[in-house]
Design a protein around this ligand. Structure first.
Ligand SMILES: [Cu+2]
Ligand SMILES: [Zn+2]
Length: 187
C-alpha cells in the first residue's frame, strides 16, 4: 500500500513537472495570440487571431460593422500597442518597420514588416479575412533579419484604415484615418 502511494505521488510530480515545462515553453515561444478590435468610440467590433507558422504569422480578422457597407480597407501592423481611441489611434505610431524599408508591397525598397494586402468588407461592413505576414514572429526575439518580433518592448498594434492602401505612397499608402485597433502586447 505504501509503495502504491509513493508511486502515485511520484506520478503526480512528473505530471506537474511536464505541465510546468509546457507552460514555460509556451511563455517563451507563444504559438498563438488573440486581440480584441475596437473602433474609434472604443467599442469592441471583432477579434484578430495570430498563429505562428514556420514561415510567418497567420492573421484571421473577424469584424462586424467595421465600415459603412462594402469597401476595401488597408490593414497594417503599427509600432506601439497603445489603442487609446483618440485622434485616429495616433498613439500606435507609424508602420512597424524595424528593417528601415520604404512603405508598400509595390515599392522598390519595400516593404515595411507591418505592410499587408488590403481586406474587403461586405454590404454590412463585416469582414472575415485571413492573411499571412512573412516578416513578423510571435516569438520574443527576432528571427535573423527576416522576421521581427511584434512583442518588442512597446508591443505593436493591428490597425485597419478607412481607405485602401495604394501599396506605394509614402509613408503609409494614403490609406486615410484609422478606424479599428487591436493591441499586440506580450501576454
Ligand atoms: Cu496603418
Ligand atoms: Zn507601411
Amino acid at each position: 500500500m505504501r509503495t502504491k502511494n509513493i508511486i502515485t505521488i511520484l506520478s503526480l510530480l512528473v505530471v506537474a513537472g511536464v505541465l510546468f515545462i509546457v507552460f514555460a515553453y509556451n511563455n517563451m515561444h507563444p504559438k498563438a495570440y488573440e486581440t480584441i478590435l475596437i473602433n474609434n468610440a472604443g467599442e469592441e467590433i471583432g477579434t484578430a487571431i495570430f498563429v505562428e507558422m514556420n514561415d510567418g504569422v497567420q492573421i484571421t480578422v473577424q469584424a462586424q460593422g467595421l465600415a459603412q457597407g462594402a469597401g476595401t480597407h488597408a490593414i497594417h501592423i503599427h509600432e506601439k500597442a497603445d489603442c487609446t481611441p483618440l485622434e485616429s489611434f495616433k498613439n500606435t505610431g507609424g508602420h512597424f518597420n524595424p528593417a528601415g524599408k520604404d512603405h508598400g508591397l509595390h515599392s522598390a525598397n519595400g516593404q515595411h514588416a507591418g505592410d499587408m494586402p488590403n481586406i474587403i468588407t461586405d454590404a454590412n461592413g463585416d469582414t472575415t479575412s485571413v492573411m499571412v505576414n512573412h516578416h513578423i514572429t510571435l516569438q520574443k526575439k527576432d528571427i535573423g533579419q527576416e522576421r521581427f518580433s511584434v512583442f518588442d518592448a512597446d508591443g505593436s498594434a493591428l490597425i485597419i484604415h478607412a481607405g485602401e492602401d495604394d501599396y506605394k505612397s509614402q509613408p503609409s499608402g494614403a490609406a486615410g484615418p484609422r478606424i479599428a485597433c487591436g493591441k499586440i502586447k506580450s501576454p
